[in-house]
Design a protein around this ligand. Structure first.
Ligand code: FAD
Length: 387
């Protein structure tokens, strides 16, 4: 992957103001209702496309804006600040297009990326299986090469956007005896015969971002549905996940920012012992800690973005940014629930939804433990002068 052109002409502060104004006007107001109804926000996804936000870091030659990862993070953060569920659908789209960007042939990039970048084509990413989560090499979905194409059988679970997506990148074993090296990535368009879906899974949070179990019953795909080459799927999946983990960090930072805003607001309005609770040092300490954690997480995500855009090895930076931001987000949201007292436990309060929504961030796209293992795995090769 070559380095992306950096957007030295884009004013990120201005870009943030534009996306925030849009998110405040159109996304934030209905977030609680969508959490209740669990309805897929198709109209808002179209609005994100109309705002030109679906292919921010996709190179211009493939129909994207060709901007830096930092610009993409600004958009993800602002969408997540307004509605984490919408941000989850949005980032799953970016995760779904990454395999084509990093592993597709020129022909596949030309065929798929313009539609993905414009938002006309919504993407999904199907890796996890009932018995293969952190350990992707244990997947059981198989693809057999026949004269008429690839025949796929098996199942995937917890797949975001699966039924709504126009294109799902799905991973299967083309050589079951070869473990990780036997995995191949396939482009699976919507409506392919032999695919069926469970009902949307009932979840603790991000409830309007549906996930499904996907069943593959002798699904036949053309030979050119293989993304890149046979046996490269494991590498493609991990590379795509590393790149997309920075988006999860941005989601965390967006939710954390909203939580901090809510905490600060509530602390100035709520009076006890004749004073706004903000005047109590115990509350100030909580808010100070939230602010410090949020700034540290943002700086870390920006650093990982720059590592990505420089085309450097991203594994350690991506894991550090996801780990730092998602753990900080959980702690910030929890402290803001504390600032709200009993009101923060009530379904009607926004912070209660944020508390449920943010919990997934420490699990999907690699749990916090898996991030730490990746970070530790890189330790022997890090020179102390890099600190
Ligand atoms: C809402 C939601 C949306 C999702 N969207 C998608 C999607 O779009 N596409 C997709 O492919 N997947 C998706 N996933 C799946 C998600 O990525 C997995 O849930 C995640 O990777 C963890 O896998 P698992 O659930 O099987 O947990 P497991 O791998 O079974 O892990 C269980 C526990 O064991 C720990 N553990 C496992 N191995 C080790 C180890 N070696 N050392 C230490 N601890 C370990 C984990 O950290 C965890 O605490 C989604 C999941 C959810 C809940």
């Amino acid at each position: 992957m070559t380095a992306q052109p950096l957007d030295d002409t884009l004013d990120l502060t201005e870009f943030r103001s534009t996306v925030r104004a849009f998110a405040n006007a159109e996304i934030l107001p209905g977030a609680a209702e969508r959490d209740e109804s669990k309805e897929f926000p198709a109209r808002l996804m179209r609005r994100l496309a109309e705002q030109d936000l679906m292919g921010i870091s996709v190179p211009e030659e493939f129909g994207g804006l060709g901007l830096s990862t930092r610009a993409q993070l600004v958009a993800v953060e602002e969408v997540a600040r307004a509605d984490a569920a919408l941000a989850s659908i949005y980032t799953a789209h970016y995760l779904g297009l990454e395999p084509i960007l990093v592993g597709g042939t020129e022909e596949q990039k030309k065929r798929w990326l313009p539609g993905l970048a414009s938002g006309e084509v919504l993407a999904g990413f199907a890796l996890t299986e009932p018995d293969a989560g952190s350990d992707i090499a244990s997947m059981r979905t198989v693809a057999r090469r026949e004269d008429d194409g690839w025949h796929l059988s098996g199942s995937k679970t917890f797949i975001s956007n699966a039924r709504e997506a126009d294109l799902v990148v799905l991973f299967a074993k083309t050589d079951p005896s070869a473990g990780f090296r036997g995995i191949t990535a396939f482009a699976v368009p919507k409506g392919t015969p032999g695919i069926s879906y469970s009902e949307p899974q009932d979840k603790m949070g991000i409830r309007s971002a549906p996930t499904y179990t996907v069943y593959l019953d002798d699904v036949v795909l053309p030979h050119d549905a293989v993304i890149g080459t046979e046996g490269r799927g494991g590498n493609i999946a991990l590379t795509a996940l590393n790149r997309a983990r920075i988006d999860v960090a941005a989601m965390a930072n967006g939710i954390a920012l909203r939580a901090w805003e809510l905490g600060r607001e509530y602390a100035s309005e709520r009076k006890q012992f004749g004073h706004p609770i903000f005047e109590f040092q115990a509350i100030q300490l909580l808010l100070g800690e939230c602010d410090a954690k949020l700034v540290a997480s943002r700086v870390t995500a920006d650093w990982a973005s720059d590592v990505k855009d420089a085309g450097q090895d991203l594994r350690r930076a991506a894991s550090i940014s996801k780990y730092v931001a998602t753990e900080a987000c959980f702690s910030i949201v929890d402290q803001v629930v504390q600032i709200h007292g009993g009101a923060g436990f009530m379904r009607e309060s926004e912070i209660e939804r944020l508390y449920r929504d943010c919990r997934i961030l420490r699990i999907f796209e690699g749990t916090s433990q898996i991030q730490l293992l990746t970070i530790a795995g890189n330790a022997p090769s890090i020179r102390s002068t890099e600190y």
